[in-house]
Design a protein around this ligand. Sequence first.
Ligand code: ADP
Length: 168
Amino acid sequence: MRQPIQAVYPGSFDPITNGHVYIAERAAGLFDRVVVSILLNPQKKAAFTVEERKAMAREALIHLPNVEIASFSGLLVDFLRQEKSRIIIRGLRALSDFEYEFQLALMNRQLAPDIETLFIVTEARYSYLSSHAVKEIYQFGGAVHEMVPPGVYRRLRERFPLPRDLAP
Ligand code: ADP
């Protein structure tokens, strides 16, 4: 019997967007098991706690039975070893992602030559979508409900109420 093929999709997911969901769906169609891992980066100031990010990701990906949600701090390659995975999934949007992703992939290869980074290209409608953009647009009153799963939109409004949410 062949071993199940497991992949890890790491990121900040602060919060998860429809672009992330798309990549997770594509990965879920390719591998037996996909672990979406919330990366703890003390240098990055996050809008949501890890537990909140996990809850939002779990809710957004509930339709994918072979996808699990986890979090980790430390080296990504160590997490992969723990999960018995040799595949890192990353999403690619515009060309601007390339340099950063390329550097990250080479660094991880240097650390663990047996681990491969695979890129999944986003869909055109998500190519400008990022967690950062969602938070910025939302805080200036722009409509983001079509960019994020419903549970994320709900939590955004709880965390950063709109003027109309505060009206008596
Ligand atoms: P990080 O802080 O590691 O960049 P993100 O949560 O911003 O984490 O992104 C995780 C991964 O998902 C990255 O590979 C990123 O390029 C990818 N990603 C983010 N937004 C999108 C999107 N709209 N479409 C496709 N991939 C995306």
